[in-house]
Design a protein around this ligand. Structure first.
Ligand code: HEC
Length: 156
């Protein structure tokens, strides 16, 4: 009995370690030539409900500050700096959507859309004394990116 419990715990820990190791860090993301990203950042299917939440939350993606999305009309403000995202699931495949959310500049050169999953390579002038400042954390976590991509695919 005891032995079985130990084995079970061992297996659970091993599984959790493997799952955690599968998350692709911002610097390790592999972009295709067209800016798309074929591989899921987490290997865990995106949660469309959470993707919606991320898109209307100011401190997270805040996508609706720049994009109109009819399915998110309950959210207070929709900007028109970017194109409407209605039908975006028909216009782009999953890999393209993932690339756009991770770093839109890879798909649209000089895009003003902020990269959502990036922690290095920013041009940072340093603080007022000229000291370098640490890079900020990514705006979204790997799973939040996958959740948003899953929701975008429902916009048909
Ligand atoms: C600061 C404004 C801004 C924010 C915030 C923003 N975007 Fe964008 N987005 C743009 C602009 C501008 C474009 C048009 C492409 C370009 O930059 O040339 C764009 C393009 C896109 C496209 C391609 C649309 C098409 O039909 O070609 C998708 C998909 C997209 N954004 C998703 C998102 C998601 C999801 C979020 C939130 C996680 C987000 N955007 C946040 C400005 C923004």
């Amino acid at each position: 009995m005891k032995r079985t419990a130990f084995l079970l715990i061992g297996a659970t820990v091993a599984f959790a370690t493997v799952a955690a190791a599968e998350v692709i860090a911002p610097d390790d993301v592999v972009f295709n030539d067209d800016g798309s990203v074929s591989t899921s950042l987490t290997g865990v299917a995106g949660d469309t409900e959470n993707g919606q939440k991320v898109m209307v939350t100011k401190s997270l993606g805040n996508c609706v500050a720049c994009h109109q999305v009819t399915a998110l009309d309950y959210a207070a403000f929709h900007g028109n700096i970017g194109p409407s995202l209605d039908g975006v699931g028909d216009r782009y495949d999953e890999a393209t959507l993932r690339g756009i959310v991770i770093n839109a500049k890879r798909t649209f050169k000089d895009s003003m859309m902020p990269p959502m999953y990036k922690t290095s390579g920013f041009i940072r002038p340093g603080d007022f004394k000229g000291h370098s400042v640490p890079n900020p954390p990514s705006i979204l976590t790997a799973q939040q990116v996958e959740d948003v991509v899953a929701f975008l695919q429902t916009l048909k």
